[in-house]
Design a binder for this molecule. Structure first.
Ligand SMILES: Cc1cc2nc3c(=O)[nH]c(=O)nc-3n(C[C@H](O)[C@H](O)[C@H](O)COP(=O)(O)OP(=O)(O)OC[C@H]3O[C@@H](n4cnc5c(N)ncnc54)[C@H](O)[C@@H]3O)c2cc1C
Length: 508
């Protein structure tokens, strides 16, 4: 329901937030810390963005994220709002964290680093000390990254030019290639694939990703894989509740159609329900959409050629499936690395095309949470990474579906296709239509060396009073980065409003 539906053109608010995804919700809550009046404008009928939810035939399907990683970031967000994460979320740590299916069978990845170390030793005898060194460095990168690199708007290179931090980053080889870094420690292909998977699924070839991202291995092994009972949408519900408690108002089913400028600074937004006057705007919808479609050309930092030259992370072909039986051999998270990755990587990154035998991911949240499927049933989320912008001309999606289902059935030793009672697919065209996503991107820009930190699209717009948040700006894709992004953008906007108030001719 809309809080803010009538006479919107008569009201002047401190901040309008465009989009109620994680970044928009985080920004909205944080803006209220400075006593600002905030309205969130969202084109859908609910919050969540890429993390929306739908219910069908007794199943509850999370539409996007399924991995709850970096619990410290969620704790920080709630604590900064004077709340506790456990008041809002019933979190369980998964053990095993996930299952990886190789061509010779599955491997469970346990939830403690001692047991992961033992697993590595069993795969590559003698790799224990290398594991200790690798994880110690990954932990240092995580701490350094969080302290010095992540909580920055990326407006200028100078934000990152603290000599001590740069020296530590160099000594940890943060900017060399992740692929080389991993191979300096390990040689067994299974271990290499295990350590490379977090960057592969969130965005680029490990050869092109900076070793900084081995911090994800620390997040995986040390900080753990968690699950909020009820599903990932519970995080969204909690954040919206918190925002409302702090006085944020919401307008759903309302699309922003333009950013309004007056006297050289932002003056509000136009929407399909009328204009809203505001002193600042945080655009937490896709950056490309806001700059290229909602903002007059004079105020754009980037042109279409810039966007066309960006490396996007893979697109996603998703299947939401309900089946009328249980599957014994699956875990909550399952990665299928049962075929060589190189041909698939080539089809994603180098020669965009339909992969013959793709790697894929299956979540079965009903393994942990009985509430997401009817009794005796299983809730499956299947994701196949594809080249960004790939659009089918015929039955390519169905061919891929049959391919992965045949492999899944063989792996679990049970027929699945004959037990399907609900099936829905979702792909790049849906991302475009639902989220105004450039090239139908699922998780924004690839995490390459030249698209990291200040080399990402900047938070501060050329138009004073307009700031960007979300997965296409700093720090990047993923739920925890989006939470950080929203909070950093909110700080930028609050600071700007404060300064403008003290300037003659500032905010009206
Ligand atoms: C399939 C999938 C799986 C993922 N898995 C994981 C995972 O397991 N773990 C993890 O950490 N991350 C995961 N991610 C990434 C993570 O979900 C995203 O990085 C994050 O949700 C992005 O949040 P956001 O707020 O930046 O953008 P969004 O969620 O896209 O929010 C933007 C909002 O803006 C709205 N909007 C757009 N245009 C307008 C307009 N003109 N007017 C009004 N509103 C507008 C949209 O409707 C949307 O609600 C996954 C993503 C996808 C797609």
């Amino acid at each position: 329901m809309n809080d803010f539906a009538s006479h919107i053109d008569d009201v002047l608010v401190d901040a309008v937030v465009i989009g109620a995804g994680f970044a928009g919700l985080a920004a909205a809550s944080r803006l209220t810390d400075s006593g600002l009046s905030v309205v969130v404008v969202e084109k859908h009928d609910m919050s969540g963005g890429r993390a929306r939810v739908f219910k069908e035939d007794g199943f509850t399907f999370d539409m996007g994220p399924s991995w709850y990683w970096m619990p410290d970031v969620f704790e920080q967000f709630f604590e900064a709002a004077g709340a506790k994460v456990e008041t809002y979320l019933d979190l369980v740590r998964l053990d095993p964290s996930y299952k990886v299916w190789f061509d010779d069978g599955p491997v469970d990845i346990p939830a403690t680093s001692e047991r992961v170390r033992a697993l590595f030793e069993s795969i590559e005898p003698g790799s224990g000390p290398a594991f200790d060194r690798f994880m110690k460095e990954a932990g240092e990168k995580y701490r350094l990254g969080m302290a010095e690199f992540v909580w920055k708007p990326g407006n200028s290179v100078w934000e990152f030019a603290k000599p001590g931090a740069l020296f530590s980053a160099m000594s940890l080889s943060m900017f060399s290639s992740l692929s080389r870094h991993i191979r300096n420690h390990f040689s067994h292909p299974k271990i290499i694939q295990l350590l490379e998977f977090p960057v592969l699924f969130l965005g680029s070839r490990p050869e092109k990703s900076p070793a900084l991202y081995s911090l994800m291995n620390f997040a995986d092994t040390e900080l753990g894989t968690w699950y909020p009972m009820g599903g990932m949408f519970e995080i969204v519900r909690a954040m919206e509740t918190l925002a409302r408690e702090k006085g944020v108002q919401f307008m759903f089913n309302t699309e922003v159609t333009g950013i309004v400028e007056k006297d050289g600074q932002v003056a509000g937004v136009s929407t399909n329900s009328g204009p809203i006057q505001s002193k600042s705007v945080i655009a937490a919808a896709d950056y490309h959409h806001v700059e290229q479609r909602l903002l007059p050309t004079t105020w754009r930092l980037y042109d279409q050629a810039y966007w066309d030259s960006r490396k996007m992370s893979p697109g996603a072909l998703i299947y939401y499936i309900g089946i009328n039986k249980r599957l014994d051999n699956l875990d909550h998270h399952n990665l299928f690395f049962d075929v060589p990755f190189d041909p698939h990587a080539d089809a994603i990154y180098d020669h965009p095309s339909w992969p013959k035998d793709p790697l894929f991911y299956v979540a079965a949240p009903s393994k942990t949470d009985a509430s997401v499927a009817p009794e005796g049933c299983e809730n499956l989320f299947i994701l196949i990474p594809l080249a960004a912008g790939l659009s089918p001309t015929g039955n390519e999606h169905e061919v891929l579906f049959e391919n992965v289902m045949a492999r899944l059935e063989e792996a679990v030793g049970s027929d699945i296709r004959g037990s399907i009672v609900y099936k829905r697919s979702y792909a790049h065209k849906d991302f475009q239509e639902d989220y105004n996503a450039y090239r139908g991107n699922a998780y924004g820009l690839a995490n390459t060396m030249t698209q990291t930190a200040f080399m990402k699209p900047k938070m501060r717009s050329k138009l004073p009073g307009l700031f960007y948040a979300g997965q296409l700006t700093t720090p990047g894709p993923g739920v925890p980065p989006s939470l950080i992004s929203g909070q950093v953008a909110a700080n930028e906007a609050s600071e700007w409003l404060k300064k403008s108030r003290t300037n003659v001719g500032g905010v009206r």
